[in-house]
Design a binder for this molecule. Structure first.
Ligand SMILES: Cc1ncc(COP(=O)(O)O)c(C=O)c1O
Length: 391
């Protein structure tokens, strides 16, 4: 199935963050929303819900656990127990509520910068303390988890590890071997691994997304997965995410949160997510083909028009982590990109200290928009560099 991004004039009628945060002369390639039309089964399920005025509270049980379990088995060979799937508002809430239960105030929680910047705030919101263990590697050789650093952090007392799998912003799909090693370390030190797998369905041909809870008995014992249909199917505004466990004691811990945590699930999010997992597979494959073409197109465009900008194709996610350091656009190139090229990228520094000189680009758009964005960035090269050096 061909799934192509909507034209700009249609997109500009949307009222979400991506289309309302900037004036109309800006190409928005920042927040992780995508420009594809909704999958037909998802749109159909939502229209039907509206037609029957089905907009009350989410029910206490639903078909989502079964739908997700079938999707996970089919896509990744991961056997999910539907009895160990709970829903809540969004992945951010799932992370905070889980960390609150598996850590005590001021316990350490490991994160791997550069990483999805709200992780910094979510750990603090939970009452825990950040322990940064940066990713190893970089654009040239690719990224990997610093297993020695993670072990040192556990040995020093970190009680939890907030893993981004696949990793936003670098697009790494962590290997089964790395994840197995993480699970063993966490089990040895009695820590919990919270694996954020919201980008899991967005892995490209040639790469493999590995669900953390699928890698070993140790992972099933110490792991919690938080995920949602919201990135792959562009449903973030519908507010429905899942918490998944595979064994005691985490099933007991996650299954005994205050009822309010589960009640905050939106019924429209639930309805859309069920339709996405059950009937959205063909649409998702179409989206992945379009994204795959875009990640290759971005490599071509940069090589031709902006060879100073470093880029490594993501293995998963529709995000590109761009290195502007050779262009001398300063610590926060996204600021100059907005001012001089009218392209909105995500600022690099909030992703961690190693984000200085970087910006994140969202390539879930049409090839035309991607091409125009790189053209604008290239045209702004001189004025942005001189602005950076004069400040
Ligand atoms: C890794 C990661 N986790 C969580 C989220 C946000 O999820 P939610 O809107 O469900 O809180 C995002 C959004 O881009 C993300 O990239």
């Amino acid at each position: 199935m061909d799934v192509t991004a909507e034209p700009l004039e249609t997109l500009r009628t949307r009222t979400s963050m991506k289309w309302r945060a900037q004036p109309d002369d800006v190409l928005p390639l920042f927040v992780a929303e995508s420009d594809f039309p909704l999958a037909t089964p998802v749109a159909g399920a939502l229209h039907a819900a509206i037609a029957r005025s089905d907009t009350g509270y989410a029910p206490p049980t639903s078909d989502l656990p079964e739908a997700f379990a079938s999707f996970a088995a089919e896509r990744w060979g991961w056997q999910v127990d539907p009895a160990q799937v709970w829903t809540t508002t969004d992945v951010g809430v799932a992370i905070v509520e889980t960390l609150r239960r598996v850590t005590k105030p001021d316990d350490g929680v490991i994160i791997n910068p550069p990483v999805y910047f709200p992780f910094f705030d979510l750990v603090v919101e939970s009452g825990a303390e950040l322990v940064e263990v940066p990713l190893l590697g970089g654009l040239d050789e690719g990224w990997s988890l610093d297993l020695d650093g993670i072990e040192r952090a556990f040995a020093a007392g970190a009680r939890a590890y907030l893993l981004c799998n696949p990793h936003n912003p670098v697009g790494r799909a962590h290997s089964a071997e790395e994840l197995r090693a993480v699970a063993e370390l966490a089990a040895r030190y009695g820590a919990t691994v919270l694996s954020d797998e919201i980008h899991g369905p967005l892995s490209y041909p040639g790469s493999t997304f590995t669900p953390f809870l699928s890698v070993s008995d140790a992972a099933r014992e110490i792991g919690v997965c938080v995920t949602a249909a919201s990135k792959a199917f562009n449903l973030a505004g519908l507010k429905c995410a899942m918490l998944v466990t595979a064994a005691e004691p985490n099933s007991r811990i996650i299954g005994s949160m205050p009822l309010e945590v589960y009640w905050r699930t939106s019924i429209l999010g639930l309805i859309a997510s069920i339709a996405a997992y059950r009937d959205g597979g063909e649409w998702l494959d179409g989206v992945l083909a379009s994204l795959d073409a875009n990640r290759l197109l971005l490599a071509d465009l940069l090589a031709k028009h902006l060879p100073e900008v470093g880029y490594r194709m993501p293995e998963a996610t529709y995000l590109a982590w761009l290195d502007f350091r050779e262009l001398d656009w300063g610590a926060d190139p996204a600021e100059l990109a907005l001012e001089h090229a009218r392209v909105a990228l995500s600022n690099g520094p909030p992703f961690g200290a190693s984000g200085a000189g970087f910006a994140r680009l969202n390539l879930a758009c049409s090839p035309e928009v991607l091409t125009e964005a790189v053209r604008r960035l290239a045209a702004a090269r001189a004025s942005a560099s001189s602005a950076a050096t004069s400040t």
